[in-house]
Design a protein around this ligand. Structure first.
Ligand code: PLP
Length: 405
C-alpha cells in the first residue's frame, strides 16, 4: 500500500524550512532528493566499509568489489540488458554521452558522415555530437518537433541517408515531459541499418526501459535523478558495439597488459572504467533502485500521474498561463509560460516562499527557439509530492503574478 506520509518520512530533505517556510520541492527533473536508505548506505561505506575495488586482497576491498558488481547486476536487471558486461558505470548522463561520442566517433564516424538528433534534446545530447562532428568533419541533422511537442518521427526516414552513423534521442523530454516513441524510432533506424542511442535521463526515473524489447543500442542515465547519489550514472551498450569501440580513457583497471611498447585492454566492462570508479555511489544507486522497487513502480506512476494531471488542471485555471507540449503520454513535469512575465521573476518570488521550481532555458535553447521563447517555468513532481503542495504553489504563483503584473 502507498502511504504518502510514510514515504515522505523516508526523505529527510523534505522536512526542512527555507526562508522560514516549509520546503516544497518541485525541481525533481533536475535532481531528486535521496531516501534515507541511500544516505545511510553511502555514510556506512564512507565511515566504515571503504576499500578500493578489483585489486584488493583484503576484506574491505573484496566487500566493496562485491557491492560494486552487485550494483551492476541490479542495473542490468533494471534495464533488462542481456549481459552485465554491457553496463558501464559513468558519472552521469553527460559523461556517458561524451564517452560514447568519443569512442563511437573514433571507430565509426568519418568525414562526411551524419549524426541525427532531435530538436528537443538537452544540451548534453547536442554539444558532444557537435564536438564529434567538428573533430571528424561530419554533420549534425535535426529531427523537428511538432507544435504539440511530438517528435516528427514521420520525417525520420527521409533524414536518414547512407552516411547516417547514429541517431540520438531522449526517452522523455526534460522540457515538455513527453515520452518519445523510442521503439518506433529504433525500428525505423534499424530498418536503415543505423544504431540508436537513447538519452534516458528523464526516462530512467520513471521506470526505466526494457532495452531488449525496444532493441536500443545505447542507453545513458544519471543516478542522481533516480534517487541515487550524485556522480553516478550508466552507459549501456550492446556487446557487439562495445567490444568494437576503443577505450575513452586510459588508466588503472582498464588494461590487460602494459609495456612501454604496447598496451592491451581489459574486456568489458572494465575497458571503459579506467581508474578508481565511484563504487560507493554505484552501491548507493543500487540501493535507490531497490527502494523504488519496494515502493512499487505502479504506485509511483499512479501518484506521479495524479499529481501532474492535478497541476495541469490548476494551472489552466490561471489567466495567461500557457502549458507547452500538449501531446501525451507525459512524465510528471509541466513547462509553462505566463503572458508578459519573465519566468525567472516568478521562480525567484516562489523561492522566497520556500517553493523550488525551475525557470529559464532548461538546458534546451534550441527547443526554446522552436517555441519562440527565451525561457519557461517548470514544475517537476516526484511521488513524494502532494496535491496540498501543488495548491500552495498555485497560490504562490498567483500572488507572484499579481505582484509582477
Ligand atoms: N539529458 C536530459 C534529458 C536531462 O534532463 C539531463 C539533465 O537534466 C541531462 C541529459 C544531463 O544529465 P546530467 O547533468 O546528470 O549529466
Amino acid at each position: 500500500m502507498f502511504n504518502i506520509n510514510k514515504i515522505r518520512q523516508d526523505f529527510p530533505a523534505l522536512h526542512q524550512e527555507v526562508y522560514g517556510k516549509p520546503l516544497i520541492y518541485f525541481d525533481n527533473a533536475a535532481t531528486t532528493q535521496k531516501p534515507k536508505a541511500v544516505i545511510d548506505v553511502v555514510n556506512e561505506m564512507n565511515s566504515k566499509t571503504n576499500g578500493n575495488i578489483h585489486r584488493a586482497f583484503h576484506y574491505l576491498g573484496n566487500l566493496c568489489t562485491e557491492r560494486y558488481e552487485a550494483a551492476r547486476e541490479t542495473i542490468r536487471r533494471y534495464l533488462n540488458a542481456a549481459k552485465k558486461e554491457e553496463i558501464i558505470f559513468t558519472s552521469g548522463t553527460t559523461a556517458g554521452i561524451n564517452m560514447l561520442a568519443f569512442s563511437f566517433g573514433e571507430r565509426y564516424v568519418h568525414t562526411g558522415d551524419e549524426i541525427i538528433i532531435s530538436e528537443a534534446e538537452h544540451h548534453s545530447n547536442i554539444v558532444p555530437w557537435q564536438l564529434l562532428c567538428e573533430r571528424k568533419d561530419a554533420s549534425l541533422k535535426i529531427l523537428p518537433v511538432h507544435d504539440d511537442g511530438r517528435l516528427a518521427v514521420e520525417k525520420l526516414p527521409e533524414l536518414i541517408t547512407s552516411r547516417t552513423r547514429l541517431i540520438c534521442v531522449a526517452q522523455a523530454s526534460n522540457v515538455l515531459g513527453i515520452r518519445n516513441p523510442v521503439k518506433e524510432i529504433i525500428a525505423i533506424a534499424h530498418a536503415h541499418g543505423v544504431p540508436v542511442m537513447i538519452d534516458g535521463a528523464q526516462g530512467a526515473v520513471h521506470g526505466g526501459i526494457d532495452i531488449q524489447d525496444v532493441d536500443g543500442d545505447f542507453y545513458v542515465f544519471s543516478g542522481h535523478k533516480l534517487y541515487g547519489p550524485t556522480g553516478t550514472g550508466v552507459l549501456y551498450g550492446k556487446e557487439k558495439y562495445l567490444a568494437e569501440l576503443p577505450p575513452y580513457q586510459g588508466g588503472g583497471e582498464m588494461i590487460d597488459t602494459v609495456s612501454f611498447e604496447r598496451t592491451t585492454y581489459a574486456g568489458l566492462p572494465l575497458k571503459f572504467e579506467a581508474g578508481t570508479p565511484n563504487y560507493t555511489g554505484a552501491y548507493g544507486l543500487k540501493t535507490a533502485i531497490d527502494y523504488l522497487e519496494q515502493t512499487g513502480w505502479d504506485n509511483i506512476h499512479q501518484q506521479e500521474t495524479s499529481l501532474v494531471n492535478y497541476a495541469m488542471q490548476r494551472l489552466q485555471e490561471i489567466d495567461g498561463v500557457h502549458v507547452y507540449g500538449a501531446a501525451q503520454p507525459k512524465t510528471s513535469l509541466l513547462a509553462f509560460g505566463i503572458n508578459g512575465i519573465h519566468p525567472s521573476d516568478i521562480a525567484l518570488l516562489m523561492d522566497k516562499t520556500g517553493i523550488a521550481v525551475r525557470a529559464g532555458h532548461l538546458c534546451a535553447q534550441p527547443l526554446m527557439r522552436r517555441f519562440g521563447v527565451q525561457g519557461m517555468l517548470r514544475f517537476s513532481f516526484s511521488f513524494y509530492n502532494t496535491k496540498e503542495e501543488i495548491d500552495t504553489a498555485i497560490t504562490a504563483l498567483i500572488k507572484a503574478k499579481q505582484l509582477l503584473a
